[in-house]
Design a protein around this ligand. Structure first.
Ligand code: AP5
Length: 220
């Protein structure tokens, strides 16, 4: 059986959200995106959103204690009993250590890591062309869809919005934070679990196919 406790790992724009959404559908487990949770909080102007807004707009990280509290609540909910796909967490060594405590309490298996590899320059191009459909949440690259004014998933017209942190200077800051603070977290997992490395620069369907092949291989 394929592993259903998964952590998506990779730089901003590597395709974590895109692949997590597809895998969640295929494996029938929830996609937990800490970025989406924060963006919803910002949109709804909740206490969390008010704290997170400025930090996210600068491309910096929201404090660990806030993030761990959010993830803990979700992972302990019934929806995650059969598994989960974590996207955007953990991002610091401290988050990884605190996640271990949660995993131990949950007692339903240690997650596998899926690391998407993409060069920074490709990422900068991708993120400047990224749009999100405000009706259904589908993520697109404007260069890769037939009609840039129509959502290929729900058909809504003129529904694409650009994320506030997809400005070039903020993208570069996010990449710096990733290389300095998040990438080293992978070392922590090296002796703890399997790390599946996939070329994230391939077309979306190929990336999914490669992930599923490697997950299948690791299950067998
Ligand atoms: P978050 O939302 O997690 O952003 P991120 O990690 O920077 O990742 P992205 O969502 O930008 O990229 P992605 O890898 O999901 O790529 P996507 O699939 O969209 O976090 C945002 C902010 O929230 C952080 O900066 C921080 O402030 C805060 N935050 C969140 N979690 C936190 C935590 N744990 N601790 C502290 N702070 C936290 O794809 C990108 C584009 O490429 C799209 O246009 C897509 O269509 C396209 N694309 C995808 N795959 C392909 C492909 N194979 N080929 C061509 N194009 C592709």
């Amino acid at each position: 059986m394929l592993k259903k406790q998964i952590i998506m790992f990779g730089a901003p724009g590597a395709g974590k959200g895109t692949q997590a959404k597809i895998l969640a559908g295929k494996l029938n487990v929830p996609h937990i995106s800490t970025g989406d949770i924060l963006r919803n909080a910002v949109a709804q102007k909740t206490e969390l959103g008010l704290k997170a807004k400025e930090i996210m707009e600068k491309g910096e990280l929201v404090p660990d204690e806030i993030m761990v509290g959010i993830v803990k609540n979700v992972l302990f909910s019934d929806s995650c009993k059969e598994g989960y796909i974590l996207d955007g967490f953990p991002r610091t060594l401290n988050q990884a250590k605190l996640l271990d405590e949660i995993i131990e309490q949950l007692n339903n298996g240690y997650p596998v890591i899926i690391k998407l590899l993409v060069d920074d320059e490709v990422i900068i191009q991708r993120l400047s062309m990224r749009r999100v459909c405000k009706v259904c949440g589908t993520i697109v690259n404007l260069n890769q869809i037939e009609n840039p004014n129509k959502c290929p998933n729900c058909g809504a017209e003129n529904s694409f919005v650009k994320r506030d942190d997809d400005k070039e200077e903020v993208i570069r800051r996010r990449l710096r934070v990733y290389h300095e603070t998040t990438q080293p977290v992978l070392e922590y997992y090296k002796n703890k679990t399997e790390i599946i490395v996939v070329d994230g620069a391939q077309p979306v369907d190929n990336v999914t196919e490669n992930i599923l092949k490697k997950l299948d291989h690791s299950a067998g």
